[in-house]
Design a protein around this ligand. Structure first.
Ligand code: ZN
Length: 1066
């Protein structure tokens, strides 16, 4: 699943409100993904942002310690003190192997009914069967032993054509095959090679040996009843005999839900202004059980044969190709659509969609030499936006088949844009579902960031067809195997089809952002135990996705791409159609690397476990002895918490160390590691020139930060200044490390601030600007209400001036997407520091549009920025102009752009207006977005509204899916910078503890972040403002373009904090 930007806000807002790169809703790696960042990303991002953002209040009292213990326990993470969740895992005594599902879906009545025939087998004598069922009415249950007898079924020759919708049913003629089971465990031996395509086909079905039962020895079901954990328990009249197939038949009914999970209803307005409905499924992680009774855990893989009854005038899609269709008896205008039998898969990957959409189509010849149809489906009026996704899908498929060495497993692939969709996208096998803005792109009107967003999401979901679908995690503890891999591969895939986007620069930027989040006190390991289903949704976070991806990249770099791919091939080959755990992957990698010299003393299992099973990450302190030439490496937990957990402080990681020097020609730099730091310290003899800077973690691929002795920091600064270090990643990394070391009191802030002037004479590299401004955003938010903020504003204008001039303020068309994104970011900052030129320009652009609403001349890539300025600095007129466009537009990209910017209004009544509308009128997938008001004024309003209307807000959003309410909490409370707000939050949480425990991780991160921020403001704000002031005074009379030589490494010495130090204190 690709988590969504349900609550996406554009970059402007992100900076404006959160001041941290990790919070770039809709923007990843400096580009828009307007709709495809995961809710959880948002959640984590908010924290990171929150961490960064600090408000200006000088703390006159610090009430943390005053909280009564019974209200908020500071000694352990929120939610952990409640009694441990009961283990609600299904017993493994009864195993399903096949589901025959027949479902009648009535969208008009919002209900469905169905029959499930589940083939099960017991592995010991048991007298009960426990499976999942949620919100279903079970009408009937029977259980019978299957006795096989081989039957030859002669299939008839069939001929169909487009107009014939009541085709003779070949594979599923009623009762005979309802319980049919293939004795062979091989893949589908279905004889049906017919194709549902609207072309005339003629196929000869071969003679098939179908095995079916002829007799059934029934077993009495004494009772069936629901119990906790969505479980359905069937008590039997007699024992099940091990190793015999039984068929459990369950008849059930359910409501097609109004939420965004299970089998739910979505709608859109067509070009004739009619409302049309569609039925959609979203099962991951635990909602298959809401659509049919099943063993709803990923390790219970089975084959599925699905049939759906529906009105003839709509299309039905599922994982597999359509086998046949037939009329429904006694129901004219209804038909059954029968799908082919699937291969072994987990329940969360099952999907079906009923709609009246259109599609564009292409053919793809797979590595297995089969021709496979690829279709992109959308509501008819948006069909012109489907071509981009259609064009990249075959390229990505071919690339993955090549790299993984395993063909795409199914015979077709559908990608469909769903009008109401919770996450960004979902990898259902053979039927990928997307939020509209994650799949559709308008080549004429679209923004460059949107195009990348589509490429990334398609690439991600396609990667899952191998990682996740073919090989699946055994349990949600290893969700990161699915998501970390897909996230890593999404960059690899997009980089392959569009190298000029420089995806690995984006990857590096995203990693640096993640390091902020992952230094919080209560951050958790990639691989962490999940017991109860209610904990599963909390796993869909930045740690599983982005940290997982980074660890995999670090492994790749450590063992080399060649051996990494060899290991992958072993892993996929060994585990396909099965479930695996992380150590299965490391074992496969070990097999691939047995002969490698660098790895001879390393256990890959131990190496990777040290990263996946421990929370957080290390900082490596590098101390050079300039006399002896020895270099001392020492590792410690890097944390932004003042009082980290003792157990975490003892953690040690196995760290591959790469290094180079500023004197080494850049062509000779290699990220390949040369040393292992496995213990606390390591001393190495490295021949170094005293006048050269020593640079560790080349390419920023290792998942750690690096601190140096003072002299080496000086040498590195000089190397940046004189151009001997040119590499943009190295520059960005040094800036980011310096800022974050300073934040953690490991380096004097003047070093970090001194580095920022490296762009003052102009800088073309986007990643350098992105990292620099991300870190400045942290300061900005914290300093915003201080009197010295004006110095900060002036300093930022100084930084931007040359490069903006060089880019002609975005007046001329950017040469490529990267430049467009850079211009947007710089202008965004120019407006954020309230440069009159920028504000006037944005307002003029907007008012021109207002006076000619039919003709929007604002360049598409600057629209978000202009809308934001207009709403923030305008009044009701600008607000309601955009609100009208939002309401009347049928274009999801337009709607998304507007709804992300409306909450930046400064008018209280308008914020309340949006919040009220979010509870009723605003379509589901946009509703949460409006909760992202600007702190501190806006969030004070949203906080009060949430607390006063908690029951309603909780009901509306918590019912939607398991992610949205968490992200609302993050948006509302994620930017707390004052003690009174923090106290209010704690009180609110404790009063509603029962309902909020499932969001414990989110809430604990909010509290950690707020605590940090309050402390940071107290410690650092004054000294930093003084630095800016002093810089400006010293350089006021000088020509800016001349100033950098002198100032570049001149670390203005101001006593910013007593605790600042450049060396680790032991
Ligand atoms: Zn995913």
């Amino acid at each position: 699943m690709k988590m969504s930007l349900t609550h996406s806000r554009q970059q402007f807002l992100a900076y404006e409100t959160h001041g941290d790169p990790a919070i770039h809703y809709g923007r990843k790696g400096g580009f828009f993904i307007s709709t495809c960042i995961c809710v959880c990303f948002v959640i984590c991002a908010v924290f990171a942002a929150a961490l960064v953002g600090i408000i200006v209040y000088h703390i006159t009292y610090f009430t943390l310690g005053q909280q009564p213990k019974d209200l908020w326990d500071e000694s352990e993470p929120f939610g952990q003190s409640s009694s441990p969740a009961p283990d609600l895992r299904l017993p493994t005594t009864v195993i399903p192997s096949f589901y025959r599902l027949k479902i009648k879906a009535d969208l008009d009545k919002s209900q469905f009914s169905g029959d499930a025939y589940i083939t099960i087998k017991a592995n010991k004598r048991v007298k009960e069967i426990i499976l999942h069922s949620k919100g279903l009415v079970i009408k009937n249950a029977t259980l019978g032993e299957q006795i096989y007898e081989e039957v030859d079924i002669m299939r008839s020759r069939i001929k169909r054509n487009t107009t014939d919708t009541s085709t003779e049913n070949v594979t599923t003629d009623g009762a005979t095959t309802e319980n049919a089971i293939e004795k062979a465990n091989g893949l589908d031996t279905s004889t049906n090679s017919s194709d549902p395509d609207p072309v005339t086909i003629s196929s000869v079905a071969s003679v098939n040996t179908q095995v079916t039962h002829s007799n059934v020895r029934n077993i009495e079901i004494i009772s069936f009843q629901s119990s906790s954990g969505d479980r359905l328990t069937l008590k039997l009249g007699s024992m099940l005999t091990p190793n015999i197939d039984y068929t459990l038949q369950l008849s059930f009914e359910g409501r097609i839900s109004d939420s965004l999970t299970g089998f739910y209803k979505s709608s859109y307005r067509n070009s004739d202004n009619e409302d049309r409905e569609l039925g959609v499924t979203q099962f991951e992680p635990t909602s298959a059980r809401a659509a049919f009774p099943c063993f709803d855990e990923p390790a219970f893989k089975a084959k599925f044969e699905i049939s759906i009854a529906h009105p003839k005038n709509i299309s039905v899609l599922s994982n597999m190709k359509v086998a046949t269709q037939e009329s429904v008896k006694d129901q004219p205008n209804w038909q059954w659509t029968h799908f082919e039998r699937s291969i072994n898969m987990s329940t969360y990957l099952v999907a079906y969609v009923l709609c009246d959409f259109k599609y564009v189509e292409t053919n793809y010849t797979g590595k297995d030499n089969k021709i496979k149809a690829i279709r992109v489906w959308t509501q008819p009026s948006l069909i012109h936006k489907a071509n981009y996704a259609l064009s990249i899908t075959p390229k990505l498929l071919a690339f993955y088949e090549e790299v993984f060495g395993v063909p795409y497993a199914l015979d077709k692939l559908d990608l469909i844009a769903i009008p109401d969709f919770s996450s960004g996208a979902m990898e259902n096998w053979g039927l990928l579902t997307f939020r509209e803005t994650s799949l559709l792109f308008d080549e004429k009107e679209g923004m460059p960031g949107e195009k990348r967003g589509v490429a990334i999401d398609v690439s991600h979901e396609l990667a899952h067809q191998w990682f996740g679908n073919l090989v699946t995690m055994r349990w949600w503890t290893d969700l990161w195997l699915n998501e970390g891999f897909a996230t890593y591969i999404e960059y690899v895939g997009v980089n392959h089809i569009q190298p000029d986007w420089e995806m690995f620069l984006s990857f590096t930027h995203d990693k640096m952002s993640l390091l902020h989040t992952d230094s919080l006190k209560n951050t958790s390991p990639v691989s962490r135990k999940v017991i109860d289903a209610s904990e599963i949704s909390q796993k869909f976070d930045d740690i599983s996705y982005a940290k997982g991806a980074n660890l995999i990249r670090m492994l790749n770099n450590t063992i080399s791409e060649r051996l990494f791919l060899k290991g992958l091939a072993i892993y996929l080959d060994t585990w396909q159609y099965q479930n695996a755990e992380e150590n299965d992957l490391w074992e496969a990698m070990s097999q691939a690397t047995t002969d490698d010299e660098f790895l001879k003393d390393v256990s890959l299992v131990e190496f990777m476990n040290s990263w996946t099973r421990q929370a957080g990450y290390p900082v490596v302190h590098v101390k050079r002895d300039y006399k002896t030439g020895h270099v001392l490496f020492e590792q410690r937990l890097f944390t932004s918490a003042k009082n980290p957990y003792k157990s975490m402080e003892k953690q040690l990681w196995q760290i591959p160390i790469s290094y180079t020097t500023s004197g080494t020609p850049s062509g000779e730099w290699t990220p390949h590691p040369k040393l292992w730091l496995k213990g606390k310290t390591l001393t190495a003899e490295i021949p170094l020139n005293d006048t050269e800077g020593f640079y560790v973690n080349v390419g920023a691929i290792g998942y750690y930060r690096v601190n140096y002795d003072q002299k080496n920091w000086q040498l590195l600064s000089e190397a940046l200044k004189d151009g001997s270090i040119k590499d943009p990643i190295a520059k960005a990394q040094l800036i980011d490390d310096a800022f974050n070391l300073a934040k953690a009191n490991l380096l004097n802030y003047s070093y970090a601030l001194g580095l920022t002037s490296c762009v003052i004479n102009g800088e073309d590299s986007k990643i350098i600007w992105d990292m620099l401004l991300d870190n400045m955003a942290f300061l900005r938010y914290n300093l915003k209400t201080k009197s010295g903020y004006m110095y900060f504003q002036d300093y930022v204008r100084l930084l931007l001036a040359k490069q903006l001039e060089k880019l002609n303020y975005g007046v001329k068309k950017p040469v490529d997407d990267n430049e467009a994104l850079l211009i947007e970011n710089l202008l965004l900052w120019e407006c954020m520091v309230e440069a009159p030129r920028c504000l006037n320009w944005a307002k003029t652009e907007f008012h021109q549009w207002m006076s000619h609403p039919e003709n929007n001349t604002i360049p598409s890539y600057l629209r978000s920025l202009v809308y934001n300025v207009a709403v923030k600095h305008g009044g009701r007129e600008e607000f309601f102009f955009l609100w009208e466009v939002f309401q009347n537009s049928t274009d999801p990209a337009v709607k998304n752009l507007i709804i992300t910017n409306l909450p930046s209004t400064r008018q209280e009544s308008l914020i309340t207006f949006l919040l009220e509308k979010s509870l009723s009128e605003i379509p589901k997938q946009y509703a949460a977005t409006v909760w992202g008001a600007d702190p501190p004024e806006g969030t004070r309003i949203t906080q009060n509204f949430l607390i006063q209307n908690f029951d309603t807000v909780y009901r509306v959003f918590n019912d939607l899916d398991s992610f949205t309410f968490s992200s609302i909490l993050s948006m509302v409370f994620g930017f707390i910078a004052e003690n009174d707000e923090l106290d209010k939050l704690k009180q609110f949480v404790m009063q509603n503890k029962n309902r909020l425990v499932p969001m414990s991780q989110t809430l604990q991160m909010i509290v950690d972040t707020a605590t940090l921020r309050i402390d940071w403001i107290r410690t650092h704000s004054r000294g930093i403002n003084d630095w800016f002031h002093k810089y400006l005074v010293e350089h006021a009379s000088r020509n800016i373009s001349m100033s950098t030589d002198a100032t570049w490494t001149q670390n203005v010495t101001i006593n910013i904090s007593d605790s600042n130090t450049t060396a680790p204190s032991s």
